[in-house]
Design a protein around this ligand. Structure first.
Ligand code: HGY
Ligand code: MN
Ligand code: MN
Ligand code: MN
Length: 413
């Protein structure tokens, strides 16, 4: 039976629009890169909010923020309700942000109704989920889970050579609490997130019961040729580095199309010396490779590497770097946690559509340590990582309502 406790629809939507003032773009989207001044402002706003609702706040050594509301038994690790406030450079108002606001709304609803949970509740903002400024993605939750060291995170640099650790210091969010699950234990983790795909909208369902996340790898590739004069180097006697990269990008696309359940994308490319009449000597590009399971991803990775080396040999252009610098294994969420989401969604009349996530989330890393699952809400046209990203205020409310219900079910079991 649906919990009688209801979240406040107008409040969660007003809060979300308020917090999006930092980093909003004229086209209605968001550009709030992790640890920039807009991220600092929204972090400060978030902390002011949670303090008003009885939370103690801890900031860990990589800037993860844990806002903990006491329960009856504070010897228990809190139930984590988290997501991320950083966005893509051409992002939307909902990816990650909906999750933090859903957690915030659950906190406010519990507080307003004087409901004391048995376990404490921790509302969490994870640092650098997007990995857009400082690759790889999900870095803050990855450090918490022990996948990366804080030192590795501090050394990650953006395109201007700025280090993540220096930015944390600059904005005052390099916390004095160790960035570890031992220092910030959780008993479980729930995350609300927009689907970022077309399935729920196509089936006219507001809620998705997320059962897991596909496998992901990111590569850095650097090709080395030599500068050559565009006007004097005969077409049949070139080692054209940029052309070779283009041939690889086409091949990468073709290979992913040929392997069912896999995806591969190249969205970043740089070449030097960027002169109209000099053939490039160095080309660097990234590959985002994903697949429904680890075996398919391994097959995709091997095929990409083999084909690109063949192209390189044929072109006489060296592959100087072929570096898989990040891999997140396929994740299967905790059955019991998924069950509570499914029950709550059904009780509230939101359907109970099981769905696998194509996107990575902080819940991938929390799931490697504690029982975890996610709640998806429908988003318009499945658009995401785009200023036109949109979820309706009703669907945002539905996500928070399911989060509240599932959290109370987990707390009570
Ligand atoms: O890359 C992803 O899937 C996520 O947006 N970090
Ligand atoms: Mn996200
Ligand atoms: Mn994202
Ligand atoms: Mn090689």
């Amino acid at each position: 039976m649906a919990s009688t406790l209801n979240i406040n629809t107008s409040r969660i939507n007003a809060d979300l629009m308020e917090s999006c003032q930092w980093g909003s773009t004229p086209d209605g989207g968001m550009n709030r890169l992790t640890l920039n001044d807009d991220d600092r402002r929204v972090r400060e706003w978030f902390i002011s909010q949670v303090k008003k609702y009885g939370c103690t706040v801890r900031v860990d050594a990589v800037g993860n923020i844990f806002a903990t509301r006491p329960g009856t038994n504070n010897d228990l690790p809190p139930i984590g309700l988290g997501s991320h406030l950083d966005t893509q450079p051409a992002g939307g108002k909902y990816d990650g942000i909906v999750g933090v606001h859903s957690a915030l709304e659950v906190l406010k609803s519990l507080h307003d109704n004087k409901v004391q949970t048995y376990a404490p509740i921790a509302v969490i903002n994870w640092t650098n989920e997007e990995g857009a400024r400082f690759p790889p993605a999900m870095l803050g939750s990855g450090v918490w889970a022990g996948k990366f060291s804080p030192e590795y995170a501090y050394e990650r640099t953006d395109l201007k050579g700025v280090k993540l650790g220096d930015e944390l210091e600059r904005i005052g969010f390099k916390g004095n609490v160790p960035a570890s699950r031992e220092a910030n234990p959780l008993s479980a983790h729930y995350e609300v997130h927009i689907e970022q795909g077309p399935v729920l909208e196509a089936e006219n369902k507001p809620i998705g019961v997320v059962t897991g996340v596909q496998a992901i790898s990111w590569f850095n590739v650097e090709l080395r040729g030599r500068e050559q004069h565009c006007g004097t180097t005969p077409m049949d006697r070139r080692a054209d580095t940029l052309l070779t990269a283009a041939q690889m990008i086409v091949a990468i696309n073709g290979i992913a199309l040929s392997i069912p359940g896999s995806l591969a994308s190249v969205a970043v490319i740089n070449s030097t010396p960027q002169s109209i009449n000099t053939l490039a000597s160095v080309v660097q590009f990234n590959i985002d490779a994903r697949a429904k399971d680890d075996e398919t991803l391994a097959r995709l990775e091997a095929a990409l590497e083999k084909k690109c080396h063949e192209i390189s040999k044929e072109a006489g252009v060296e592959i100087r770097t072929w570096d898989r610098f990040w891999n997140a294994k396929r994740t299967v969420f905790n059955e019991r946690m998924v069950g509570f989401v499914r029950e709550t969604a059904t009780e509230n009349g939101f359907g109970n559509r099981d769905i696998q996530s194509g996107a990575g989330h902080d819940s991938v890393y929390t799931a490697s340590r504690v029982p975890t699952s996610m709640i998806f809400i429908r988003c318009k046209g499945g658009i995401s990582h785009n200023p036109a990203e949109y979820s309706s205020s009703e669907d945002i409310a539905a996500g928070a309502q399911v989060l509240l219900g599932a959290t109370l079910k987990y707390d009570a079991y």
